[in-house]
Design a protein around this ligand. Structure first.
Ligand code: SF4
Length: 212
Protein backbone atom coordinates (compact mmCIF):
# COMPACT_ATOMS: atom_id res chain seq x y z
CA UNK A 1 0.00 0.00 0.00
CA UNK A 2 2.78 2.45 0.96
CA UNK A 3 4.46 1.91 -2.39
CA UNK A 4 1.21 2.44 -4.29
CA UNK A 5 0.85 5.82 -2.58
CA UNK A 6 4.51 6.89 -2.90
CA UNK A 7 7.68 4.95 -3.75
CA UNK A 8 9.75 7.23 -1.53
CA UNK A 9 7.46 6.47 1.43
CA UNK A 10 8.00 2.76 0.86
CA UNK A 11 11.78 3.20 0.68
CA UNK A 12 11.93 5.37 3.81
CA UNK A 13 9.72 2.94 5.72
CA UNK A 14 12.17 0.12 5.00
CA UNK A 15 15.42 2.05 5.51
CA UNK A 16 14.74 5.06 7.75
CA UNK A 17 11.65 4.16 9.78
CA UNK A 18 13.01 6.09 12.76
CA UNK A 19 12.15 9.33 10.92
CA UNK A 20 8.44 8.79 11.57
CA UNK A 21 7.43 11.04 14.48
CA UNK A 22 4.92 10.06 17.18
CA UNK A 23 1.39 10.27 15.75
CA UNK A 24 -0.35 13.63 16.07
CA UNK A 25 -3.36 13.52 18.44
CA UNK A 26 -5.98 13.76 15.66
CA UNK A 27 -4.50 10.88 13.69
CA UNK A 28 -4.07 8.85 16.86
CA UNK A 29 -7.78 9.34 17.66
CA UNK A 30 -8.80 8.13 14.16
CA UNK A 31 -6.65 5.01 14.58
CA UNK A 32 -8.11 4.30 18.02
CA UNK A 33 -11.64 4.59 16.56
CA UNK A 34 -10.67 2.06 13.89
CA UNK A 35 -9.32 -0.35 16.51
CA UNK A 36 -12.55 0.05 18.49
CA UNK A 37 -14.62 -1.02 15.47
CA UNK A 38 -12.28 -3.94 14.83
CA UNK A 39 -12.74 -5.12 18.41
CA UNK A 40 -16.54 -4.92 18.04
CA UNK A 41 -16.42 -7.04 14.87
CA UNK A 42 -14.10 -9.59 16.48
CA UNK A 43 -16.34 -9.90 19.53
CA UNK A 44 -19.64 -10.15 17.65
CA UNK A 45 -18.81 -12.02 14.45
CA UNK A 46 -15.84 -14.13 15.57
CA UNK A 47 -16.24 -14.65 19.33
CA UNK A 48 -13.91 -17.67 19.43
CA UNK A 49 -11.07 -16.02 17.52
CA UNK A 50 -7.51 -16.08 18.80
CA UNK A 51 -5.39 -12.94 18.53
CA UNK A 52 -1.87 -13.70 17.25
CA UNK A 53 -0.68 -10.27 18.36
CA UNK A 54 -1.34 -11.14 21.99
CA UNK A 55 1.09 -14.04 21.58
CA UNK A 56 3.71 -12.54 19.26
CA UNK A 57 3.63 -8.74 19.67
CA UNK A 58 6.13 -7.17 17.26
CA UNK A 59 7.99 -10.42 16.49
CA UNK A 60 6.90 -10.26 12.84
CA UNK A 61 9.17 -13.08 11.65
CA UNK A 62 7.13 -15.44 13.89
CA UNK A 63 3.66 -14.67 12.50
CA UNK A 64 3.85 -16.89 9.42
CA UNK A 65 5.35 -20.00 11.09
CA UNK A 66 2.99 -19.74 14.07
CA UNK A 67 -0.02 -19.31 11.81
CA UNK A 68 0.98 -22.42 9.85
CA UNK A 69 1.46 -24.45 13.03
CA UNK A 70 -1.97 -23.52 14.37
CA UNK A 71 -3.70 -24.19 11.05
CA UNK A 72 -2.05 -27.62 10.87
CA UNK A 73 -2.95 -28.52 14.46
CA UNK A 74 -6.57 -27.31 14.55
CA UNK A 75 -9.39 -28.47 12.30
CA UNK A 76 -11.54 -25.40 12.70
CA UNK A 77 -10.01 -22.18 13.95
CA UNK A 78 -10.26 -18.39 13.63
CA UNK A 79 -7.13 -16.23 13.93
CA UNK A 80 -6.81 -12.46 14.20
CA UNK A 81 -3.68 -10.93 12.61
CA UNK A 82 -2.70 -14.20 10.95
CA UNK A 83 0.58 -13.99 9.02
CA UNK A 84 1.07 -15.27 5.48
CA UNK A 85 4.26 -14.94 3.41
CA UNK A 86 4.73 -15.41 -0.30
CA UNK A 87 7.43 -13.99 -2.60
CA UNK A 88 9.12 -12.51 0.50
CA UNK A 89 6.09 -10.34 1.29
CA UNK A 90 4.46 -10.78 4.68
CA UNK A 91 0.82 -9.79 5.12
CA UNK A 92 -1.14 -9.84 8.36
CA UNK A 93 -4.85 -10.35 7.74
CA UNK A 94 -7.44 -9.10 10.22
CA UNK A 95 -9.31 -12.42 10.36
CA UNK A 96 -8.40 -15.81 8.91
CA UNK A 97 -11.00 -18.51 9.39
CA UNK A 98 -10.24 -22.16 8.73
CA UNK A 99 -13.49 -24.00 8.02
CA UNK A 100 -14.29 -27.61 8.85
CA UNK A 101 -13.62 -28.75 5.27
CA UNK A 102 -10.12 -27.20 5.34
CA UNK A 103 -10.96 -24.17 3.21
CA UNK A 104 -10.05 -20.68 4.42
CA UNK A 105 -11.88 -17.37 4.43
CA UNK A 106 -10.33 -13.96 5.03
CA UNK A 107 -12.07 -10.91 6.44
CA UNK A 108 -10.56 -7.42 6.47
CA UNK A 109 -12.25 -4.94 8.80
CA UNK A 110 -12.70 -1.30 7.76
CA UNK A 111 -14.31 1.36 9.91
CA UNK A 112 -16.36 2.82 7.05
CA UNK A 113 -19.88 2.64 5.62
CA UNK A 114 -18.56 2.56 2.06
CA UNK A 115 -16.21 0.48 -0.04
CA UNK A 116 -13.35 2.86 -0.94
CA UNK A 117 -10.86 2.37 -3.77
CA UNK A 118 -7.89 2.30 -1.38
CA UNK A 119 -9.48 -0.68 0.44
CA UNK A 120 -9.25 -2.57 -2.84
CA UNK A 121 -5.56 -1.60 -3.22
CA UNK A 122 -4.75 -2.96 0.25
CA UNK A 123 -6.88 -6.05 -0.20
CA UNK A 124 -5.44 -6.66 -3.70
CA UNK A 125 -1.94 -7.13 -2.28
CA UNK A 126 -3.19 -9.27 0.61
CA UNK A 127 -5.22 -11.44 -1.75
CA UNK A 128 -2.27 -11.89 -4.10
CA UNK A 129 0.03 -13.04 -1.28
CA UNK A 130 -2.61 -15.26 0.36
CA UNK A 131 -3.68 -16.84 -2.91
CA UNK A 132 -0.06 -17.51 -3.93
CA UNK A 133 0.55 -19.30 -0.63
CA UNK A 134 -2.80 -20.96 0.13
CA UNK A 135 -3.80 -21.82 -3.45
CA UNK A 136 -7.24 -23.42 -3.95
CA UNK A 137 -7.76 -23.68 -0.17
CA UNK A 138 -8.52 -19.96 -0.18
CA UNK A 139 -12.29 -19.84 -0.44
CA UNK A 140 -13.03 -16.11 -0.29
CA UNK A 141 -11.85 -12.64 0.66
CA UNK A 142 -14.36 -10.35 2.37
CA UNK A 143 -14.57 -6.84 3.74
CA UNK A 144 -16.47 -6.12 6.97
CA UNK A 145 -17.83 -2.56 6.90
CA UNK A 146 -20.23 -0.57 9.07
CA UNK A 147 -23.87 -1.26 8.19
CA UNK A 148 -26.72 1.26 7.98
CA UNK A 149 -29.53 -0.93 9.32
CA UNK A 150 -27.35 -3.45 11.09
CA UNK A 151 -24.02 -3.08 12.93
CA UNK A 152 -21.91 -4.77 10.25
CA UNK A 153 -21.99 -5.48 6.54
CA UNK A 154 -19.92 -8.30 4.98
CA UNK A 155 -19.04 -7.98 1.29
CA UNK A 156 -17.34 -10.71 -0.75
CA UNK A 157 -14.80 -8.88 -2.94
CA UNK A 158 -13.07 -12.01 -4.32
CA UNK A 159 -14.22 -11.38 -7.93
CA UNK A 160 -12.83 -7.80 -7.92
CA UNK A 161 -9.52 -8.99 -6.46
CA UNK A 162 -9.18 -11.83 -8.99
CA UNK A 163 -9.22 -9.22 -11.76
CA UNK A 164 -6.32 -7.33 -10.11
CA UNK A 165 -3.87 -10.21 -9.77
CA UNK A 166 -1.72 -9.38 -12.82
CA UNK A 167 -1.55 -5.70 -11.86
CA UNK A 168 -0.48 -6.56 -8.29
CA UNK A 169 2.26 -8.88 -9.57
CA UNK A 170 3.71 -6.00 -11.62
CA UNK A 171 3.45 -3.64 -8.65
CA UNK A 172 5.29 -6.07 -6.41
CA UNK A 173 8.18 -6.38 -8.86
CA UNK A 174 8.52 -2.59 -8.99
CA UNK A 175 8.27 -2.20 -5.21
CA UNK A 176 10.88 -4.90 -4.59
CA UNK A 177 13.31 -3.18 -6.97
CA UNK A 178 12.82 0.21 -5.23
CA UNK A 179 13.54 -1.25 -1.77
CA UNK A 180 16.82 -2.72 -3.06
CA UNK A 181 18.12 0.67 -4.33
CA UNK A 182 21.03 2.37 -2.52
CA UNK A 183 19.25 5.69 -2.18
CA UNK A 184 15.69 6.90 -1.85
CA UNK A 185 13.77 7.68 -5.04
CA UNK A 186 13.36 11.34 -5.93
CA UNK A 187 9.64 12.07 -5.49
CA UNK A 188 8.25 15.60 -5.23
CA UNK A 189 5.70 16.36 -2.51
CA UNK A 190 2.07 16.69 -3.58
CA UNK A 191 -1.49 15.53 -3.01
CA UNK A 192 -0.27 11.94 -2.56
CA UNK A 193 1.40 12.96 0.74
CA UNK A 194 -2.01 12.95 2.43
CA UNK A 195 -4.29 10.88 0.15
CA UNK A 196 -5.48 8.24 0.86
CA UNK A 197 -3.35 8.22 4.06
CA UNK A 198 -1.32 10.92 5.75
CA UNK A 199 2.36 10.08 5.25
CA UNK A 200 4.57 9.80 8.34
CA UNK A 201 7.54 11.33 6.49
CA UNK A 202 5.97 14.73 5.71
CA UNK A 203 8.26 16.48 8.23
CA UNK A 204 11.34 14.85 6.70
CA UNK A 205 10.38 15.70 3.10
CA UNK A 206 9.47 19.28 4.00
CA UNK A 207 12.89 19.63 5.64
CA UNK A 208 14.58 18.43 2.43
CA UNK A 209 12.55 20.92 0.37
CA UNK A 210 13.63 23.90 2.47
CA UNK A 211 17.28 22.81 2.18
CA UNK A 212 17.13 22.87 -1.65
S1 SF4 B 1 5.91 13.14 2.36
FE1 SF4 B 1 5.11 12.84 0.32
S2 SF4 B 1 6.90 12.69 -1.01
FE2 SF4 B 1 7.62 12.43 1.09
S3 SF4 B 1 7.61 10.23 1.35
FE3 SF4 B 1 5.67 10.97 2.10
S4 SF4 B 1 4.26 10.77 0.38
FE4 SF4 B 1 6.34 10.62 -0.43
Amino acid sequence: MRGRQCLKMLYLFHHKRELIPTLPKKQDAVLKKGFGFEKQVQKNLFPKGFNMRSLLGNAYSEYHPHTQRILAAEKQVTLFEAGIISQQVLVLVDVLRQNEDGTLDIFEIKNSFHLKSNFLWDAGLQYFVCKSYLGPKLNGFNLVLKGHNQPFKVIDITPQLEKRLAEVQQDLELLASVIKEDKEPDVAMGKHCSVPYSCGFIGYCKGLKTKK
